[in-house]
Design a protein around this ligand. Structure first.
Ligand SMILES: [Zn+2]
Length: 397
């Protein structure tokens, strides 16, 4: 377990993007929360034991929210030896992530939501904020309690179902009725639990694209905000469709795939730039990493020719490309901070504000991680991890 949280910490001279620009300010942390933000804050009395961190005008951002991470490991699509091992704690913290939503993918047979729940709780105990999607690619989908709705209502960490696969040769080829029913389970479960209740959909390369999503919007009463397709930038035609439905209020999630010349996926930075330039409202546009997931490259016969592993580092890399191209931080930061927190109703997340959780990321001008606080605990300092998982090299937490 990480060390206890100092009761008061004062971050002096932070160049804050909250994600809106706030200029150079001080940030006072009290326990796990932000107590004050402003210019030249008075120091608390010495007897209160406040720790002061001088930031000298460094960039301070909200900790990132990554809503698509295979915490217990993804993969296995080229045999059991290709199952990706569980993510290590510092693979998130060194990528600037303070809030994470875990999920299962193709393998809903040898992997189970109970294992994912344990991995999610491990991240919480080590100091991050963590939730999970119940289920996996197939429909019917594996659950903890016997139903998606039951999981959302009774298990604190479950905020919806995912990643349910559509338009993909690895999906269970769910029908319209099956998918609509699953969306309803998420929606009603969310209402009963006071949670987002979102159906997080893995989109494959199939020609049907977002057809089933479009039909749910047209033929059922389920609100658009319940559906969240991801990997929408995986090919050009899917992206055109996502931009069109996004303009009509559908949440759209982009995956920060690692750069790959052979791939037909649009780099996340290109997709974001196209969206911004089209003038489409950006409040429902989000960016996630597919961290810990396998990113297989297939040939025409569905044979895997190569496999990469996703990493949360691609979030800051994507923001870095956009920032270097002149996009203002306040236009791009919400995609992996405020927009995700609002879409998934993660209270106190995605913003630096009085009363919010003290999730703070300090980066240099190339958007490289220098320091990180999660719920008031400092986890990274001087670009190095302060806290590690018990099985990581460098020792126990
Ligand atoms: Zn996926």
């Amino acid at each position: 377990m990480p060390a206890a949280i100092p009761s008061l910490q004062l971050l002096r001279n932070a160049r804050l993007y909250a994600p809106d620009p706030r200029g150079v300010v001080d940030v006072l942390i009290a326990g796990e929360r932000i107590a004050a933000v402003g210019r030249d804050l008075e120091s608390p009395p010495k007897s209160w034991g406040c720790t002061v961190h001088e930031l000298d005008g460094a960039l301070v951002l909200p900790g990132l929210v990554d809503a698509h991470v295979h915490l217990s490991g993804g993969g296995g699509e080229s045999g059991p030896e290709t199952r990706v091992p569980p993510l290590q704690f510092t693979q998130l913290t060194m990528a600037g992530v303070t809030s994470v939503v875990g999920l299962l993918g193709t393998d809903g047979t040898t992997r189970h939501p109970a294992e994912l729940l344990a991995a999610t709780r491990a991240m919480q105990r080590l100091g991050l904020s963590a939730w999970m999607w119940t289920g996996a690619y197939p429909v019917p989908t594996p659950t903890l309690t016997g139903s998606v709705r039951g999981d959302i209502v009774t298990v604190e960490q479950v905020i919806g179902a995912g990643e349910i696969a559509i338009s993909d040769h690895r999906s269970s080829q769910p029908t319209f009725d099956e998918l609509a029913r699953l969306a309803a389970e998420c929606h009603v479960g969310g209402l009963l639990a006071g949670k987002a209740g979102v159906l997080h959909l893995h989109l494959g390369d199939g020609r049907r694209g977002l057809e089933l999503v479009r039909r749910i919007l047209l033929e059922t009463e389920i609100p658009a905000r319940v559906l969240q397709p991801t990997h929408c930038n995986r090919n050009a035609s899917l992206w055109v469709e996502a931009m069109e439905l996004g303009g009509r209020g559908l949440p759209v999630d982009i995956t920060a795939f690692p750069p790959d010349d052979d791939d037909e996926a649009l780099p996340a930075a290109v997709a974001v730039a196209q969206w911004l330039d089209a003038g489409t409202p950006t409040d429902r546009l989000t960016l996630s990493s597919d961290g810990g997931g396998c990113l297989p490259v297939w040939d025409r016969d569905g044979q895997m020719v190569r496999m990469d592993v996703g990493s949360s580092h691609t979030l800051l890399q994507t923001l870095g490309v956009l920032y270097a191209a002149g996009r203002p931080l306040e236009a791009i930061l919400p995609l992996c901070t405020r927009n995700v927190a609002r879409q998934l109703r993660l209270r106190g997340k995605g913003e630096v504000a009085v009363g919010a959780d003290a999730d703070l990321l300090v980066v240099d001008d190339a958007l490289t991680v220098r320091a990180l606080w999660a719920r008031g605990r400092q986890l990274v300092t001087d670009g190095a991890a302060l806290v590690r998982g018990p099985f990581e090299s460098g020792g126990a937490a």
